[in-house]
Design a protein around this ligand. Structure first.
Ligand code: EPU
Length: 333
């Protein structure tokens, strides 16, 4: 038995029957050959920053610990960077920012690993990994073969990919390759970044400036998992039909909105949760973060069951007040 507390950013205590750190692809091959993965259920864990354990795990937890970052190709304008699945996402971002390779600087300080990033197409401050994603390699757990997935094959959407649907639980992501830019077009469109750069008197921002701004914004709003257990946004921002949004806006003129695909509208779940009165509320060892209503927190000693019960109460109250159904972004185990 292994306690997964150090392996999930919520800091939830849950026991795994078996736990293996995967340090090489050949080690994974051996586990498949020994039929270890067909005997009992298994769960692949990256940085544990997007999971909530609501009970002990009666199976094998595989922690992706594959390391390495290398350049695989270059041309006049681009550079292809291949990172192993177990690399810490923010380390990769800083590595690229320091080299002045552009494209993922807006994704600074997102917790988690490189291998987990494509699963939910991580995104922040106007950028998603699908924008620079070239391909990934993943080991098919059933066949033991290494397979490649192109950007198109990953079927990326808002916090979505094939790995949350058809390919769920079937692949171990060993590496991800990004196509970064030597002459980047910086994305400062997200309001907070522009405001901060102005405050800092930066007229011609560099990649490093954007990264610093994103880090400062995140640190001002989002709790550091090392200090306060959390998994970032607990819910997705709901995407609703325009006609539904119009009705909602009539009764709630201050509601913010962002255009989504197919003429739909994305609305901030944080706003809905705050308006429903949950922001900053504490219930024993758990609660809703005081600076960002989308983040549920574990003050220490909280359980997954308590957190999921709170999440359901929030879902029910937002539905009753606004008629909008929130869905968790976090994987509930
Ligand atoms: N807002 C509230 N109350 C709050 C917080 C925010 O009303 O407590 C309103 C703000 O006024 C703002 C809007 O909600 O107009 C959006 O807020 P914010 O910019 O903080 O972003 P978000 O929509 O709440 C999303 C991502 C974050 C990402 C930020 C920045 C999702 C589920 N979350 O949050 O991602 O960092 O945008 O791009 O899409 C994560 O996925 O873990 C995560 C932190």
């Amino acid at each position: 038995m292994t306690n997964l507390l150090p392996y999930n950013t919520f800091g939830i205590s849950a026991l795994a029957s078996q736990f293996v750190e995967v340090n090489s692809v050949s080690q994974l091959h051996n586990l498949i050959q020994e039929k270890k993965l067909s005997e009992i259920p298994f769960l692949i864990l990256g940085g544990g920053s997007n999971v909530l354990f609501t009970k002990d795990y009666a199976g094998l937890v595989l922690k992706n610990n594959l390391k390495g970052i290398k350049v695989t190709k270059k041309d006049e304008n681009h550079i292809w960077v291949k990172a192993a699945g177990g690399e810490i996402w923010h380390d990769l971002v800083i590595h690229c920012v320091n080299k002045n390779w552009g494209g993922i600087e807006n994704l600074s300080l997102i917790p988690g690993t490189v291998g987990a990033a494509p699963m939910q197409n991580i995104g922040a401050y106007g950028v998603e990994i699908k924008d620079t994603f070239e391909e990934l390699e993943a080991l098919n757990i059933q066949t033991g073969e290494l397979e490649k997935f192109t950007n198109e094959q990953c079927n990326f959407g808002y916090r979505e990919s094939i790995f949350k649907h058809e390919a769920k639980g079937k692949y171990f992501i060993t590496s991800v390759t990004f196509k970064l830019s030597k002459k980047p077009v910086l994305n400062t469109s997200y309001g907070d970044i522009e405001i901060l750069l102005k405050e800092w008197d930066i007229v011609k921002p560099t990649i490093a400036d954007i990264s610093k701004a994103v880090i400062a914004i995140r640190q001002s709003k989002l709790p550091d998992p090392a200090l306060l257990g959390n998994a970032g946004s607990f819910f997705k921002n709901p995407v609703i039909e325009f006609s539904v949004f119009e009705k909602l806006q009539k009764n709630n003129p201050t509601i913010k909105s962002f255009p989504a695909s197919d003429g739909k509208v994305k609305i901030p779940a944080a706003w809905l949760i705050e308006q429903a009165g949950w922001k900053g509320k504490r219930f024993g060892n758990i609660g809703v973060h005081e600076k960002q209503a989308l983040v549920l927190v574990n003050y220490g000693g909280g359980t997954g069951k308590e957190l999921i019960d709170l999440a359901y109460k929030i879902i029910d109250s937002v539905k009753a007040k606004f008629g909008v159904v929130l869905t968790p972004e976090v994987n509930i185990i």
